[in-house]
Design a binder for this molecule. Structure first.
Ligand code: ARG
Length: 581
């Protein structure tokens, strides 16, 4: 169910009947204030301006055609101001739509008629080190967008563009080879990747001869030396396993099959350069191969410089991303490519897109959306770091979230069994971290704060999870199974109407989430839904004495829809709900 599309269709038809062209934009949107109705159509103003006619007269004509067309849907269609059309939806119609959505496994969210193939590049940690908080945002925002796309029926191809290649592997492999020679097993040597990296770096900086050996390893690795390749494979296997542990903790859908690391593009890189040279897009400049991008010239008219091959012959992050463009559009047949990284890479992806389009690696019809995000900040407003200024390991942060949630839940519910506590604390702790992040405007920096994210008030995971559990407890008290409620609810009070309307807007919000890669809109939606539910619960008693059986069943049906929408919405965000908490 998509009320906005339905009304857009109807308003457009009325506009055409009133003499307007078929490509007129009806400009239907959800109303911002109750006095403007539930939806408003503002398209008449623009159309009247184009035709140089009086908007109010034109709107009157449109309303004349619209009124019979919305006979079952709206009970009031008003003309306001210079030509706004305010639509007040009918309670019975809302009730029947709500019942249809409740009976549908997808909660009334329709499946895309023409599914797109969407390649989503997210998470992409660098395997030389352990995953740190910087990769949290990419991982969870990307995963929420992926789940929203899939729920709408698009075909998603996940691409975990892991940083598994590059010169720092020379130093790591040289160090690993020494450890193995000293009879250590790789698993133990690499159990703390961060420490391993530090050791290797110290040797690289201080130990005579080690840096040269590290460089030899780079050459050997790039040359496909078998022994070196084996070491590298061992290293990245263990590092990938570290990431997988995090994915599991985070309830993220990425698997090993989704990995398409930088190394995978290695064989293609010489071809990328050859083509750029043959098409005279890249040129030699001081031994390097470079693209001068005039489209991105600075204010003095100097083009932006994009290096695609270093003077020593080495390839760069940029070269890999050009190759990835070609692979994703050519081999994976992407209609759209979405990449999630922090905002500092915005320039890079702009350059990649311009060059890839010029070279024909990225056909015009393929959308290329780099979705940048802001940084996670500490309470002091500075980039989030440990007290001593080190990077915060993601694994440790998530463990702390669960510990804090354990204390919180125990305090709220001292009777809780250990087993249940374990489950609830995990879901609440991880959910809180994810929701706090996902609910922020994607492009801004945000302050990471344990207290607010674990609060049971305000837009937080615990608040929404609690709303869900409370509904489950109502069902237990009523002794009713939600699935048995097949009769449509009656929508009478303003609270019921507001709630029904919100429930029917899930598809609209998901479409915005998908269009702009903004899970925060879904977070807002769920928070508004839960808040409307609380008002409904206050105003419309369910199990109180004196409530008729009919009213009770109707209100329980509304509760059931709220519960399934909360659960589905949170599931799209990768957050679990629980029956009790
Ligand atoms: N590994 C990179 C980083 O940690 C992110 C990769 C994003 N994807 C891409 N196609 N470049 O910053």
């Amino acid at each position: 169910m998509n009320i906005k599309s339905l009304l857009s269709e109807k308003v457009l038809a009325a506009m055409v009947a009133a003499g307007l062209p078929a490509d007129t934009n009806p400009a239907v949107s959800q109303s911002t204030k109750p006095q403007f109705g539930d939806y408003q159509a503002n398209g008449v103003m623009g159309a009247a301006k184009k035709l140089k006619t009086n908007p109010r007269e034109l709107a009157t004509k449109v309303v004349e055609h619209l009124t019979p067309a919305l006979a079952d849907i709206a009970d009031n269609i008003e003309l306001a101001g210079p030509g706004f059309i305010n639509i007040h939806l009918n309670n019975d119609w809302l009730a029947s739509q709500l019942a249809a959505s409740a009976a549908d496994a997808n909660l009334g969210v329709s499946q895309r008629a023409e599914p797109q193939t969407v390649v989503v590049d997210y998470s992409a940690p660098n395997l030389a080190k352990e995953m740190h908080v910087g990769h949290l945002r990419s991982t969870i925002i990307g995963d929420a967008v992926v789940r929203a796309l899939e729920f709408r029926g698009d075909k998603v191809i996940r691409q975990n563009h892991m940083g598994d290649w590059g010169t720092q592997f020379g130093m790591l492999l040289a160090h690993l080879s020494d450890k193995l020679a000293a009879d250590e097993v790789a698993e133990t040597a690499l159990s703390d990747l961060e420490a391993f990296y530090r050791e290797a770096k110290v040797r690289f900086d201080d130990e005579a001869g080690f840096a040269d050996r590290a460089r030899e390893y780079v050459v050997k690795l790039q040359g496909g030396d078998a022994e070196c390749d084996k070491l590298w494979q061992q290293f990245i296997d263990i590092s990938i396993a570290h990431s997988e542990e995090i994915y599991e903790k985070l309830n993220v859908t990425l698997t090993r099959n989704d990995i398409m690391g930088e190394s995978a593009y290695n064989p293609d890189l010489p071809k990328v350069i050859d083509e750029l040279m043959a098409q005279e897009i890249a040129v030699e400049d001081q031994g390097a191969k470079v693209v001068f991008i005039d489209e991105m010239a600075n204010k003095d008219g100097e083009p932006s410089v994009f290096i695609v091959q270093k003077s020593g012959g080495g390839y760069l992050y940029a070269t890999t991303d050009l190759s990835a463009c070609r692979y994703r559009s050519g081999e994976l047949n992407a209609d759209r490519i979405i990449i999630f990284t922090d905002a500092r890479q915005a320039l890079h992806f702009k350059q990649v897109e311009i060059v890839a389009r010029k070279a024909g690696f990225l056909p015009e019809q393929v959308a290329y959306d780099h979705c940048p995000f802001g940084m996670m900040m500490g309470d002091d407003g500075k980039p989030f770091k440990t007290r001593t200024g080190g990077t915060i390991k993601l694994a440790e942060l998530l463990d702390e979230a669960v510990t804090r949630a354990t204390d919180l839940i125990k305090e709220k519910n001292p009777e809780i069994s250990d087993e249940q506590l374990e489950e609830v604390a995990r879901k609440v702790g991880i959910g809180a971290v994810k929701f706090a992040d996902l609910s922020k405007n994607r492009t801004s920096d945000y302050i990471f704060n344990w207290k607010t994210m674990l609060s049971f008030e305000g837009a937080t995971a615990p608040y929404l999870q609690y709303a869900y559990s409370r509904i489950q407890s109502i069902f237990r008290k009523a002794g009713v199974d939600a699935a048995s409620l097949t009769e449509p609810a009656t929508i009478e009070s303003p609270q019921e109407k507001a709630l029904a309307l919100k429930l029917l807007q899930l598809e609209e919000v998901l479409d915005s989430v998908i269009a702009d890669c903004t899970p925060n809109l879904l977070c807002n939606y769920l928070y508004e839904l839960a808040s409307l539910y609380m008002s409904f619960y206050e105003a419309c008693p369910i199990l109180k004495e004196g409530i008729s059986e009919e009213t009770k069943t109707s209100r329980l049906a509304i509760c059931a829809s709220v519960a399934s929408t909360l659960a589905k919405g949170l599931d799209i965000l990768g957050i679990d709900v629980m029956e009790r908490m």
